[in-house]
Design a binder for this molecule. Sequence first.
Ligand code: AMP
Length: 187
Amino acid sequence: MQIIVLGAPGSGKGTQGALLADRLGVPKIATGDLLRAAVRDRTPLGVEARSFMDRGLLVPDEIILGLIEEVLRSPEAQDGVIMDGFPRTLAQAEAVEGLLADRGSRIDRVLLIDVPEDELVKRMLGRARAEGRSDDTPETIRKRLAVYGEQTAPLIRYYEERGLLTTIVGLGTVREVADRVNEALGR
Ligand code: AMP
C-alpha cells in the first residue's frame, strides 16, 4: 500500500500520516524528519539542506531524490509506505513514480489534508511557540506557504487527473480528521 499524504505546512499531514502508518502497519517516511535528523547530525547533506530549510525554501530535488531512493529500497519499506512531505514538486512526483515502477509498484492513493490558510498560519505560530522549530517563525511560515502554493499545490491537479486524489477536510480534532481518513480508505 503506497499512500501519499499531501497538504500545506501545518495541515496535520504528519500527525495523520503517523496514525495511518500505525493502523496499516507500514512505515511512515517523512523527508522533513530525515532532513532534520541530517541537520542535527551535521552530515554534509544536513549542512547543505539547512540553508534552504531555514529560509522556508524547498531543498533541491537531487538531494531529496537520493534520500527517497534510499528509503524506498530499505527492507522495511517493501510492503508499502506512507509518504509524508514528499513528493513536493512535479519532478519528485515523477521520480517517485519511476522508483516504484522499477519494483513493480505504484501509488495507490493520495490524501490531501485540506485546511484554510488562516488556520494554517494560526497552527504554525502555535507550533513555533510549543516546539521551537527553527523554520516556524512568522517570516518563514509565510514563505513556506507561498512555496507550497507555487511548487507543491500543482501536485493536487496532477494526482486528480490520475484519479488518485481524495480530499479530506483537515479541520476539527485529530480524531475527527483520522476518522475521515479511514472512511476515505474504506477502513
Ligand atoms: P516538513 O517537516 O515536511 O514541513 O519539512 C520541513 C522542511 O524540509 C521544508 O520546509 C523543506 O525545506 C524541507 N523539505 C522536506 N521535505 C521536502 C521535499 N520533499 N522536498 C524539498 N524540501 C523538503
